[in-house]
Design a protein around this ligand. Structure first.
Ligand SMILES: [Fe+2]
Length: 268
């Protein structure tokens, strides 16, 4: 069985390619790799309706199992919906992994959770109060403007990890492929010292998943959010960051090449 994971497609950002071309290219890659499951680890777009339409389009184009978790951008408020209403919308969709892990067989399961950032990846020079302002050197962290959970980011992160823990329990003693949107290992934060990311790393990842790696049989941990691609291994767990990222960040302007580079394929 082959499982492909990619994140941070950001199909509605300025690009030389149309949203349809994003879907068609990803569908072609799904066929080329003969994937059985395609998992999108968040940040399809800035509009939950468009993001979910993309999931449905991928089903129509591939006839494969398409799974996803929302990213922070997918939670951006549109259409007078609150963040909680958008969250409820996602939770109700059968392709959304949160609340219902995907049991592959007796041996393997896929668990997914957006996660949320808990400020622990910032440089310790900044207090929580300073980080809660989510504004630094004239730049505002855009979730401050577009997302409102009605609680602190630290609390959102705790709640997300608690839900992930429940889903891991549902998977029993199976080997786990875990997908999150935010980063769960400091290896993938922006290297410091950094002029602005000493501050903005606060919003990249969380430490709340750390105990889960010790308690459950997680073999793979896949994530996005930070527009970086890479892999690292820690205590027998393979961590991978699978972001496509913004068009302007691509090394080439070739969508097929960039998607192919970002896509992580696991064969079990
Ligand atoms: Fe993100």
């Amino acid at each position: 069985m082959k499982i492909g994971t990619i994140s941070d497609l950001h199909i509605d950002r300025p690009s030389d390619y149309t949203e349809t071309e994003y879907a068609e290219t990803l569908a072609q890659l799904t066929q080329d790799h003969q994937l059985d499951v395609l998992l999108i680890a968040g940040d399809i777009s800035n509009d939950y309706r468009k993001s979910y339409q993309f999931v449905k389009a991928m089903q129509r184009l591939t006839y494969k199992e398409i799974l996803f978790i929302p990213g922070n951008h997918d939670y951006w408020q549109v259409d007078d919906k609150t963040t909680h209403q958008i969250h409820e919308f996602f939770m109700q969709q059968p392709e959304c992994l949160m609340g219902h892990p995907y049991i592959i067989n007796d041996e393997w399961a896929i668990v997914g959770n957006s996660g949320w950032y808990d400020y622990t990846y910032a440089s310790p020079e900044y207090t929580t109060e300073r980080l809660e302002r989510r504004r630094f050197k004239g730049a505002t962290w855009q979730d401050k403007v577009h997302v409102d959970w009605g609680m602190s980011d630290i609390q959102v992160s705790h709640k997300a990890a608690a839900l992930a823990k429940r889903d891991l329990q549902k998977a029993g003693d199976r080997k786990i492929i875990l997908a999150t949107h935010v980063v769960t290992t400091p290896s993938f934060r922006v290297p410091m010292p950094h002029r602005i990311f000493n501050y903005f790393n606060a919003f990249i990842g969380t430490s709340d998943f750390e105990p889960l790696y010790h308690q459950y049989n997680i073999q793979y941990s896949l994530m996005g959010h930070v527009h970086f691609r890479g892999e690292t291994e820690r205590a027998g767990i393979e961590f991978a960051c699978v972001s496509l990222g913004y068009f302007r960040e691509w090394r080439t302007k070739d969508i097929e090449r960039e998607m192919s580079h970002a896509l992580k394929v696991i064969e079990i």
